[in-house]
Design a protein around this ligand. Structure first.
Ligand SMILES: [Zn+2]
Length: 234
């Protein structure tokens, strides 16, 4: 758990051997999503004309543009006036986003009894039954970071953009070195400076655990790491 993260109440269902077979947090951020579907995470967000990601109903946090006018408009179709709701080009969220998010939700809700292979290991020696969720999340996170870097470099010639992304191909070098070149700070320091210190700590911790998982310590992604990632504020 990142330092400073609040403690959370977790309801656990255990089997006769005392192993946790299901965890459930009382409320999560996903309760407010349409249909409680994680795939709805980007619902209501669009890419602003300035390139920032913004909510339709709120001012742009980057360029301060006003919320969009959602008043239905009368449009002439032939001789007939029709009332149409506004449609927005540039909705945030791509096909792969929806697939990633659906897969993440499925991993979170899947019964942990599916993962019995390492059940005989001690708690400290085996990864969480839901460790795949963290690996999946990190893969998704990396695609978002590449999209961010491409958006920032969109005015540069394509060959320079591709060259930079090849030169800084690892996620670590993108979060630190390339981010430093483009924003004069690191990704994590930037998050903290904008008031998202808990998110910054959580992502740093997740990055470290994912690397440890891949290099000899799969147990670094334990149940606490999984729950912290899904419910950091509960
Ligand atoms: Zn904007």
């Amino acid at each position: 758990m990142p330092r400073g993260a609040p403690t959370r109440k977790i309801l656990s269902l255990k089997d006769r051997a005392g192993r946790v077979i299901m965890t459930k947090t009382p409320t999560t951020w996903s309760d407010d999503l349409p249909g409680r579907s994680w795939a709805s995470l980007w619902s209501g967000y669009v890419v602003c004309g300035c390139g920032g990601i913004r909510k339709i109903t709120e001012p742009c946090p980057v360029c301060a543009a006003e919320p969009y006018d959602l008043t239905p408009q009368a449009v002439l179709v032939g001789d007939e006036a029709m009332i149409v709701n506004p449609i927005f080009a540039g909705a945030e969220g791509r096909y792969e986003d929806y697939v990633y998010l659906q897969m993440l939700q499925r991993e979170w809700e899947r019964p942990t009894a599916d993962f019995e292979h390492f059940a005989h290991f001690s708690e400290t020696d085996r990864p969480s039954a839901k460790a795949a969720l963290v690996l999946l999340f990190w893969g998704y996170f990396e695609t978002r970071i590449e999209r961010l870097h491409r958006a920032v470099m969109k005015t540069l010639p394509p060959r320079i953009v591709e060259s930079q992304l090849r030169r800084y191909s690892g996620i670590g070098s993108r979060l630190f070195e390339l981010y430093q070149i483009l924003f004069d700070t690191t990704y994590f320091d930037d998050l903290s400076a904008h008031g998202f210190g808990i998110v910054s700590d959580l992502l740093r911790d997740t990055h470290r655990r994912r690397n440890a998982f891949a290099h000899g310590s799969p147990q670094a992604i334990n149940d606490e790491a999984v729950t912290s990632l899904v419910s950091p504020n509960t």
